[in-house]
Design a protein around this ligand. Structure first.
Ligand SMILES: [Zn+2]
Length: 304
């Protein structure tokens, strides 16, 4: 099979999942006979085709969810978390949540019908990026409150195993600290991880050439975006722009809890941009496949 053909199949599979543009209008957009070829991680049992929307809670009817819970088939929920924040000059702000949703969805497909992916939490804890225009941030307790209430909702419906799958660096610490408390308070299994936990440092070079995992809009993330949603990567140059020129009102910044992170400097911003030039869709496919498999295994262990 030529590389070109493989690439096309990959794009088709992602489009079929409804994630390339966020949502598809009709659940029946792909008749069974039109099911596209899929990369291996999307098709766990040979010819079995699962409509990728079947694992998204907000794409299901109450009847579908009721029947799957009552029959004992549906045992676990995945809550994708991410952010709406600048990703340098070249990637759309949806990057983190689009990635955690994508990887969660494919992991749920691998363990189908045991897991459902909840509505994603598309705004995270990003106060330190508020000097970059476009970023949205939630206060830490508000962010954790939303995640907690989703856990409560799923427990109410009879789900006792929840995996929070994060795609944004600022959420890592709050989620790691809160997950054990959520779990003991609700008396159900709740764990939190980030999809990049699947890449131990000694294996980074199997996936990327120069960058770090996860990096901010560098080789790693740009590769994922090129593989999964290339229309969100803009081939711009850094020349002639000065993203640090904007004179933000300090009082407004204080209101949203701004603080300076050491990794936010004009030099690091520029070097992340340069590093992103090493990204490729092929790297992104390998990264996504690895993270999906890792996550599906983790989830299966939690379900038991
Ligand atoms: Zn990111």
């Amino acid at each position: 099979m030529s590389t070109k053909k493989t690439r096309r199949n990959f794009f088709q599979s992602i489009t079929a999942s409804g994630l390339a543009t966020g949502l598809l209008s009709s659940k029946n957009a792909f008749a069974k006979g039109d099911a596209p070829l899929r990369p291996s991680y999307m098709n766990p049992e040979g010819d079995r085709y699962i409509d990728p929307r079947n694992v998204l809670l907000y794409e299901c009817t109450r009847r579908e969810i009721r029947e799957r819970i009552n029959s004992g088939q549906l045992k676990a929920a995945i809550i994708p978390t991410g952010s709406t924040e600048h990703h340098n000059e070249h990637i759309a702000m949806v990057m983190d949540i689009a990635t955690s949703l994508l990887i969660s969805q494919h992991a749920a497909l691998k363990v189908f019908p045991q897991a459902i992916v909840t509505t994603p939490v598309a705004i995270g804890y990003s106060p330190y990026w508020m000097e970059r225009q476009g970023t949205l941030t939630l206060r830490k307790d508000i962010f954790l409150g939303v995640v907690y209430d989703i856990c409560c909702s799923m427990k109410t419906h009879g789900i006792d195993t929840i995996l929070i799958v994060n795609g944004h660096g600022g959420n890592v610490k709050p989620l790691k600290e809160a997950a054990p408390d959520f779990s003991s308070e609700l008396n159900i299994k709740i764990e939190a991880c980030s999809y990049w936990d699947s890449f131990p440092k000694d294996r980074w070079r199997e996936f990327i050439d120069v960058g770090i995992v996860a990096g901010h809009a560098g080789e790693f993330e740009t590769s994922i975006a090129l593989a999964a949603f290339p229309e969100r990567v803009h081939r711009v140059t850094y020349e002639g722009t000065d993203p640090y020129k904007w004179d933000v009102d300090r009082k407004d910044l204080e209101r949203v809890g701004y603080y300076k992170e050491s990794f936010d400097t004009p030099e690091s911003d520029r070097s992340n941009f340069e590093e992103s030039k090493h990204a490729s869709a092929e790297k992104g496919e390998r990264i996504i496949a690895h993270a999906v498999n890792w996550l599906a295994n983790k989830l299966q262990k939690m379900i038991g």
